[in-house]
Design a protein around this ligand. Sequence first.
Ligand code: HMG
Ligand code: MG
Length: 309
Amino acid sequence: MGSISSRGPLGGLPRRVRVVEVGPRDGLQNEAARIATADKIAYVDLLSAAGFATIEATSFVSPRAVPQMADAAEVLAGIAPRPGTRYVALVPNMKGFERAVAAGARAIAVFTAASESFARRNINMTIAESLDAFRPVVEAARGVGIWTRGYISTAFGDPFEGAVAPSAVLDVAGRLLDLGVDELSVGDTIGVATPRGVEEVLGLLLRHVPAARLAVHYHDTRGTALANVLLSLQMGISIVDASSGGLGGCPFAPNATGNLATEDLLYLLHDLGIETGVDLDQVVAASRFIAGKLGHAPASRYLQARGAA
Ligand code: HMG
Ligand code: MG
């Protein structure tokens, strides 16, 4: 009997999904253990070998805000770029952009939120101030051919305010696109979304934004991330963020746990017959390498089920 994957994807699902690996940034930013720069570089290189088209390698933020990312320049300059992989660096302002460019960045991500409380805690700006800060960044990036992504955090709920209106997400999405970002990533920062919220938020966004420019970024705090991904794919999304091993979270969102684990996502996608271009075994190798440095077991269910194999 032929497996599902040999027959192509289940009805309504995309043939191919671009998985954006965010472990080295979203994963490591929330880890207590000090990770040596050389180990971060080795981790990114192992992820490159797995075949990702996009890896979020680091962030050029205030080292006081996120000490774990203080060596961003050394990490970015130290990795061995794989042809076909885009290495993205987060930047919150012009200072971060200048540091990123000096370190050789060819792709950046700016990040704001759909709710004021989280924007204030995360970047110490109102949403409007953040968009003002990003305008010269995106303009300068476009001027020198640097690819740009815009993140919208708390699109499904804010840790301090609770519910967030889908219209607020659409408003920020429109403003980021007006600035000229190439791609938007819609974030469930605190992992509260279920497919009900996904249907509401993406349903609204997709009336205004082409699916090809929209990524989803689910944290798996309440175990709903894969269900949310499946509905997102059925709605036409084909770019999904994930973190190897399920590492991470946001230091500015209380109790935020890791992103959806890349291994769990790949297991699902590949069995559904969806191509990713990523080698699951090599992602496992990268997660095991970094887990050895972090001193705790990865959250990925796939990794746990696999044991030592
Ligand atoms: P601030 O304190 O308001 O900034 O922080 P400031 O402009 O007043 O600067 C204060 C000091 O920081 C100054 O240094 C600046 O030079 C320095 P001093 O003169 O006091 O020595 N500074 C910088 N240094 C290095 N790089 C920079 C930089 N900018 C200023 N880029 C700021 C405002 C935005 C800088 C700060 O709040 C910050 O860095 N926040 C970043 C927080 C962060 O990284 N959060 C996690 C990433 S977002 C996330 O995880 C969500 C996401 O995954 C999606 C989702 O899940 O929803 C993307
Ligand atoms: Mg995140």
